[in-house]
Write a new protein. Structure first.
Length: 240
């Protein structure tokens, strides 16, 4: 089984972290391929960058020359997962939705701890659109940018732990979702500090993607995610 794990930004180091997180939980028969877009922002933290990332990830997947069995879109928030589902004939899994749906098996309500406050509405909108918002206790911001996560690991851990503890104590969350692919590896420390299960979106997405492939399931193509109709499209991601 081969799964493409697409970073939504152009930072190669972040792709490496995300791919390593995916490989750590993937089955022995699963080959993880990290994908970095050829254009876009070095970190995605707003609407403009998010919509640009949606196009960039589609371009990267369409131009991948090898065979693959599933795609994981590794960006927390709104990054155009629906467009990928139209273009791909294999399962497409978004880490925001994979983390939230997994959390609902583990507790009554969950909270997301993410990066900057400006990304909170994007995550809230994605959860609402996916039908996963009803059991979301809160989306909390750590105050760190995406690129800052790797610059000072201790500061990152302290900030994420602090907001996770507040989510449990003040918002009554019973599960924490780490709201950025760059937070992979913090699960154990956050679990120890909060006493609740902690879900990394990349790891959850790998488990979901593997399950869908093993079950022989993929996206329905009869209506919403049907392939784009043949027409002239002047665009770098026009389907061939």
């Amino acid at each position: 089984m081969r799964i493409l794990v697409a970073n939504v930004n152009t930072t190669q180091a972040m792709t490496a972290v995300i791919a390593a997180s995916a490989r750590a939980v993937a089955g022995p028969e699963t080959d993880i391929i990290g994908i970095t877009p050829s254009f876009g922002a070095e970190s995605v933290e707003g609407n403009h960058e998010s919509y640009l990332a949606a196009v960039a990830v589609q371009e990267a997947i369409l131009h991948y020359s090898g065979e693959y069995d599933a795609v994981i879109q590794a960006g927390y928030g709104e990054h155009g997962r629906e467009g990928l589902q139209e273009l791909c004939t294999v399962p497409v899994v978004d880490i925001t939705e994979a983390a939230a749906s997994t959390a609902q098996f583990l507790g009554h309500r969950y909270s997301v701890v993410t990066t900057l406050d400006r990304t909170v509405p994007l995550i809230e909108d994605r959860l609402l659109l996916a039908g996963l918002s009803q059991r979301c206790a809160s989306v909390r911001a750590s105050g760190l940018s995406v690129l800052e996560l790797e610059q000072d690991p201790q500061r990152t851990l302290d900030a994420v732990v602090a907001e996770s503890v507040r989510a449990v104590e003040e918002d009554r969350a019973e599960v924490i979702c780490l709201g950025c692919g760059g937070m992979a590896g913090l699960e154990e420390e956050v679990r120890r500090a909060t006493g609740v299960p902690v879900v990394d979106g990349v790891a959850a997405a790998v488990a979901v993607a593997e399950s869908l492939v093993r079950l022989g399931l993929t996206t329905s193509k009869v209506r919403t995610y049907a392939a784009p109709r043949p027409k002239r499209i002047i665009h770098p991601v026009a389907p061939t």
